[in-house]
Design a protein around this ligand. Structure first.
Ligand SMILES: Cc1cc2nc3c(=O)[nH]c(=O)nc-3n(C[C@H](O)[C@H](O)[C@H](O)COP(=O)(O)O)c2cc1C
Length: 181
């Protein structure tokens, strides 16, 4: 893990606070962590929390504002990252990635990566959303392209229902990252 470059994309699930713990675990293990945040994640958390934990600017979706690096998606995907993880991955993010949408920083980064480096996705959502064909087919497609889909946990969800779709715990996600590197 030491000096490995981990690109951690955080999306707008209620569970995104757990990405703070994952960032902290990775940093403590010696990794460099670059966080990118989706529009949804920015509704839940401020970049400052990840900046304090990772000691790096947390990158927001607008890819036209980066200076001095004017093509950040290429740098991140092809030069910087040793591994990419989406933690948590919202239903919206899964649909966007499975459709190849590249109108934001992470979408473009995802397309610029050729799967020579591991790409991990950790879904997190309500059980009905998780069971929806849009999500299941999106995950199958992403897996067929080379993404590793991390299991969800079964348990009490933030909405009160009990079932699949709960975000895998940060410690377990950390183990998957270690194994994939
Ligand atoms: C309180 C609250 C909790 C949410 N939790 C989830 C969730 O766990 N998983 C999910 O897929 N969407 C969840 N959503 C919906 C997403 O935030 C919404 O689809 C958003 O557009 C996702 O944006 P993103 O993909 O840019 O992060 C939640 C919305 C609210 C208001």
């Amino acid at each position: 893990m030491k000096d490995k470059h981990i690109l951690l994309h955080v999306t707008g699930s209620i569970s995104c606070y757990k990405a703070c713990e994952l960032t902290s675990l990775l940093v403590k293990a010696g990794a460099e962590v670059q966080v990118t945040m989706s529009e949804g994640a920015l509704k839940f958390l401020q970049p400052a929390v990840f900046e304090g934990l990772s000691r790096r600017e947390a990158l927001t979706p607008d890819m036209f504002v980066r200076k001095p690096d004017c093509i950040p998606h290429i740098t991140l995907a092809q030069k910087w990252a040793d591994l990419i993880i989406v933690y948590p991955a919202s239903a919206n993010c899964i649909a966007r990635l499975a459709s190849g949408l590249s109108d934001d920083l992470f979408g473009a980064t995802f397309l610029a990566n050729n799967f020579e480096k591991p790409v991990l996705l950790a879904p997190a959502m309500n059980s009905n959303m998780f069971a929806h064909p849009s999500v299941q087919e999106g995950l199958k497609k992403l897996e067929s392209w080379g993404c590793k889909i991390l299991p969800t946990e079964e348990g009490r969800l933030a909405c009160g229902s009990v079932g699949l779709g709960k975000l895998i715990a940060p410690e377990k996600a950390f183990d998957f990252i270690k194994e994939a590197l």
